[in-house]
Design a protein around this ligand. Sequence first.
Ligand SMILES: Cc1ncc(COP(=O)(O)O)c(C=O)c1O
Length: 451
Amino acid sequence: MALSEIPLPSADATGDDPPEIRIDPPGPMSRAAVTRLEQVECPAFGHRRDARAAVSGADMLPIVLASGRGSNLYDVDGNRYVDLVAGFGSLLLGHAYSSVLRAIEGQSTRLIQALGDVYSADAKLALLERVASLHPGVRPRVLLGQSGSDAVTAAIKTAALFTGKPGLVAFEGAYHGLGYAPLPACGLRESYRAPFREQLNPHVSFAPYARTEADVDRALGGVATALQKGNVGAVLIEPVLGRGGCVVPPDAFLTGVSELAAKHGALVIADEIWTALGRTGSMVRSTTVGAHVDILCFGKGLGGGLALSACVAPDEIMSAWARADEVVHTSTHAGSPLACAAAIATLDALRFRRLVIRAREIGPSILDHFRSELGGLRDVVEVRGVGLMIGIELASGAVGLRVSRDMLARGYIVLTGGTKGEVLTLTPALNISEDRLRDAAAALREILSAP
Ligand SMILES: Cc1ncc(COP(=O)(O)O)c(C=O)c1O
């Protein structure tokens, strides 16, 4: 199969069309492509698929994607889907957003790669000023990276340099990426850490994450205990557990964590990689709920689909990096002009299209709609979320996998999260229509109501 043989979406595709399944997914083209993928891709992915098929009893063979526009994705068999995942939450404007494409095209004809931290590009400077302004602190400064894991790595290093303390408090259920700095703080699954345990930072303690008002005191008690172990330089926290199952803690938990950290001389690193830039209805979730944070991490949606992340902190903290000997943290592609141009166009579009406000405004009614469609159904435990980050907790991981496959068969792309894969997690583009979201809720109701 050559790429040129796969048709692009037709000229009248709106990017907000309902699903169109021409052939049961995965169709023959996807199946053929997967057979080839299995020959060359790291076997981890195929093994996970087989394990999931065994657990759920569902055929987990994937589709292979060919193109996307807005909130629609097309597979190599020509099926059209409604994308409720949007690049793991990274495509805040959906696929092929025109001003982002123009920015990428324009920048690609000017300068694709500069010289990172030696001779920066003008696009990087423009982006740094924009990203710095997201931090409420004094004279914020930015360290760029490519992945979320990079941003968290930069934050952990920053805290260690500034405080001189290696200890880190992290949370049960948390996910911050799988590089060697964030991995020891991965509370989502022990199995992510176990094979590498001997090589990981041993100074990490886990505290409980508050899921409800009733949990707050106990969870904060756990944070205090972890902080009392001493030598803790930072508390690393997601303002909403993302991969951990879209858990929105009470605001008092986040503010309480930041107060405890300050009391014990530890910095707060807010991992806003999933929650920021409008996903949860604000540009920065942690500060919006009133928590004091020292270091902010951005990623996912920042690059408009290109790989870009940022660690941001006030000058006083970032000054810890100023040393006589060398720049001790940098990388070839950090601040790639192409990604910076896409990021600026993304931030502009979020503002001009009022998409952050839109997520804040429509989020509650969309959540209510999902609740009223799904509430009371046998396998539905809870529907929760904030902004356009919605989690539907089901009875088990096996049910989650089966439902995600049934949704695929109907033309909706959803993924599972939570510690056991029991939470359907929806992170659509912020400009998706309410109609498409309501259709998705109806499809889920039908699937979950089936005997
Ligand atoms: C909250 C959070 N932090 C960090 C990461 C890691 O980002 P990346 O996969 O780009 O390394 C993720 C990825 O899902 C995330 O959800």
